[in-house]
Design a protein around this ligand. Sequence first.
Ligand code: C2E
Ligand code: MG
Ligand code: MG
Length: 561
Amino acid sequence: MANNKVIGETEPIDKYVWNMVMSNGYDCVFSVDISTHAIEFYHVYKRTNPGSAYTKIESLGAPPDTFDIFMGYLHEYVVEEEQAAFTDQLKVEYICNEINERGNFVRTVHMNFIGERRSKSFKIFPHEADPGKLLGFVYDISAALDHDWMTDEYARLGFMENADRLLSEIPVEREQYSLVYTNIKGFKAINDLFGEQSGDMVIFQTRDILRTLLRPIIMGRLENDHFVLITKDEYLTEQSLNSLASQTYSEGFKQYDYTIRCGIYRIHDREVSIGKMIDRAKLAEKSVSDNITASHVIYNDDVRVNYVKQRVLISDMSKAMDTGEFKAYFQGIVDAGTGQIESAEALVRWQHGKLGMISPGEFIPAFESGGQISALDRFMVERILDFNTRRAKECKFIVPCAVNLSRIDFYNTALMDYLLDKYSNYPFATDYVRIEVTESAYADLEKNASDYLNRFKKLGVRILLDDYGSGMSSLSTLENFEFDIVKLDMGFIHKIGIQEKAEIIIKSTIELSHALGATVTAEGVETREQLEFLRDAGCDHIQGFYFYKPMAEEDFSKLLG
Ligand code: C2E
Ligand code: MG
Ligand code: MG
């Protein structure tokens, strides 16, 4: 660079280039003469004085080979792992070849300037005003990549790079640190109920509470409602984690309770990359969902083994579908008064070639996260339709049958269209295929997804609220949608004769549902005592081993006669 002659600040500038500078806000713009490799700078961004950015225009003159000199100068700043590629590729011939093939040359190069790592985007195009030249732009994209403008925390990249640097500087052997990945359970419902602005407020509130309770040494927001942070283990107390679990957002008279769930990765081994640590903490967080009592999980081998098993199940799924390993089982549901079967629930079973019979509790969560659940649920609807159609043709007794839909299903337009088509064109489907949706799935549905339920309902389909009373139930679910049938969770039913409070809740839920125009099915009824209590309490339908277990199609067919 020192060899370059500075011609001055008033050098006339191509209008084309000037427009590019103004409209794009680049760090630095230059042209390269393809035959002489002479570089000319048209614009230099003054980082030291942001107020004067884009005002000073310099041209350094154009002695031959100055492009190579300039790149050689930059090379010293390029991070070690990218230096070889930089030297090989930032050559005029290489760039010209790539431009001939693709029309442009684009690279992101990471550089260290005085201990600060920066990301520079290099974009080089043919110079439209001068065919003998190329036009190049260097644009500093560090801030765009590293920073989360909304929360003023790091974004993913900024977190990864700075966490890495930080960990290499602190004595992790003496003090124990953990990486924490967080998830706001119920975030979608907040966006839905209060609007996106309130969603943003919840994000801010979460950031502040995480800072106060967990005192991170570094924190970032990965996406949406997910924060990631590193803190000393001593701050990850039961007390602070429990406080995170019970948060309230209030706006005017409205209030909403939400939970901040955490996946924790204990940093014992500095060799594990930050990316891996985040993945593991995230896996741990994902396994919180199955555990209603705790709001955090610490990553360990069980979490990993479980994950591996889920991956295996996901990869076996499509073959299993083709080879008929999935079966629809049917569980009869009876009228509480007469004990006669009046409907059924279809429950999927997987007769796995190697692992034997696997219960839905094991593979449904995997299929939900892997995206295969909707294919399976469509298969179940087809089984129900097929079963009932065959029996109807034979003039046999048929009963309405409910299919379980997962939250994910309401975002699968193909499945929703399939159901809308069946329900709009086949009254038989409308009357005999009911839909069960759990309360937690319903609460997490965004408006356009829950609209499908309204459309099904308008077509005359019966909609059932599954597992009511499990986890965090809320009366607003019953207020927001007119469910036809409320299914009382078996957790309550199993407390009959044991816990008086549960009995009171069962009785009043039955009354409340009736008052709202819904009937009630008790799930998991196993004893005579439970049955009698439920009958006296006015429960309408009974499902449970006391009457029938889920059974294969042939057995259920025999049972119906
Ligand atoms: P769910 O919809 O609440 O289904 C009722 C569960 O209770 C079934 O478990 C059933 O076998 C069990 N059950 C019924 N009566 C009794 C009883 O008296 N005592 C006891 N202890 N259990 C009883 P299963 O078949 O293991 O299914 C578990 C969950 O998996 C279901 O809960 C449902 O949420 C989901 N699931 C099942 N099949 C499907 C499906 O085809 N698609 C989707 N998306 N989810 C399904
Ligand atoms: Mg169900
Ligand atoms: Mg249920």
